[in-house]
Design a protein around this ligand. Structure first.
Ligand code: PXL
Length: 279
C-alpha cells in the first residue's frame, strides 16, 4: 500500500507548533497525511514553564512494525522536532516504510536565536547530522545550520554572499538535493532565506520583518514548502508560497495575541489553496 506523506514529529498539546500545524496543513492541501508522533508534550518548550513529556519511541517501533505487515510505503516523509529516542528509532527503522522513490524532508529542529532548545545537547546534534545524510531536502534555520556545520553560534552571515555560501555548505556537506536556510536578518527589517536546488542554482528571497516572534513559524514554513514540492511545484514557487503563507498568517493574526500560541495560520489557508490552484 502506498500513501502520500508521513509526518513524524512531536504533538505539543498547547501552542501551535510541529504536528498541530503540519497535520492540518497537509490535510488542507489533500495530501492525506499519516502521522507518527514522537512525543506528547503538555505545551511546546518555549516559555510555558514545566511542560510534561511523554516519549513515544517504544510505541513508534510497534507502529512501524504493524505498518510493515501492511506493506505501507510513503511517497514523502517529513521529519521535524523528534527527541533523542525517536531520532534513534527513525534512524534505524524508517527504511521499513520508505523505498528508493520516497522524498525525505528533514527540518533539523533543535534550536533558534543562537541557542539549543531545552532538552537538546551536542549528542543530539551529532545524531541529527547522521540523520541528515539520509535526507533529500533540509530546512535548517541559521542556528541549526551552524550547529550542523559545527560553526560558532556567535557569528552571523554579514551579507548575501556569506548566507548563500552557508546554505551551499550544508548542501555539500550532507549531499542534499535541496536546502532552504530560513529566517536570517542580513538587512535591517528584512527576513531572508537562502535556497539551493538540485540543479546547482542558489538564490535568496526576502520578506519585510513583521512585528513579534511567533512560535511555530519554522514548522508552518517547512510544511507549506514540502506540501508545494510534493504537489509538483518547483523550489522557487514552493519557497515563495511558504514565505507568503507565513507572512499572511502573521498579518492576519488578531491582536492582542499571545505569541507563544503561534500565528493564526488558519486565516492564511484560503489564499494558500488558491495559490496552489486547489479551489
Ligand atoms: O517549533 C519548534 C518546536 C517544536 N516542538 C517543540 C518545541 C518547539 C520549539 O520550541 O518546543 C516541542
Amino acid at each position: 500500500m502506498r500513501a502520500d506523506v508521513l509526518i513524524s514529529q512531536d504533538l505539543s498539546c498547547a501552542g501551535q507548533v510541529s504536528m498541530s500545524c503540519a497535520l492540518p496543513l497537509f490535510g488542507a492541501v489533500n495530501l492525506k497525511p499519516t502521522v507518527l508522533p514522537t512525543a506528547v508534550l503538555s505545551t511546546h518548550t518555549g516559555g510555558f514553564g514545566n511542560n510534561t513529556y511523554l516519549d513515544l519511541a517504544d510505541e513508534m517501533i510497534r507502529i512501524l512494525q504493524h505498518w510493515q505487515t501492511l506493506d505501507l510505503k510513503f511517497s514523502a516523509v517529513y521529519l521535524g522536532y523528534l527527541g533523542a529516542n525517536a531520532l534513534d528509532v527513525l534512524q534505524t527503522d524508517l527504511n521499513l516504510v520508505t523505498d528508493a522513490k520516497t522524498r525525505l524532508l528533514v527540518d533539523p529542529v533543535m534550536g533558534d536565536h543562537g541557542r539549543l532548545y531545552r532538552g537538546f545537547d551536542m549528542e543530539y546534534v551529532a545524531k541529527m547530522q547522521a540523520l541528515l545524510a539520509k535526507a533529500n531536502i533540509a530546512t535548517p534555520n541559521l542556528t541549526e545550520a551552524k550547529l550542523l556545520l559545527g560553526e560558532p553560534l556567535t557569528t552571523s552571515p554579514r551579507d548575501a554572499a556569506e548566507l548563500l555560501a552557508l546554505a551551499a555548505k550544508i548542501q555539500d556537506r550532507f549531499e542534499l538535493e535541496t536546502v532552504v536556510l530560513t529566517g536570517v536578518e542580513i538587512e535591517p527589517q528584512k527576513i531572508s532565506i537562502a535556497c539551493c536546488d538540485q540543479n546547482g542554482r542558489l538564490w535568496l528571497d526576502h520578506k519585510p520583518k513583521l512585528a513579534g516572534t511567533y512560535f511555530g513559524t519554522g514548522d508552518i514554513f517547512a510544511s507549506v514548502l514540502f506540501a508545494a514540492l510534493i504537489l509538483g511545484h518547483d523550489l522557487a514557487f514552493a519557497e515563495q508560497t511558504a514565505m507568503d503563507f507565513v507572512s499572511t498568517a502573521i498579518l492576519k493574526t488578531k491582536q492582542p495575541h499571545d505569541q507563544r500560541l503561534g500565528p493564526d495560520y488558519g486565516a492564511a489557508i484560503p489564499a494558500l489553496l488558491q495559490k496552489l490552484k486547489l479551489v
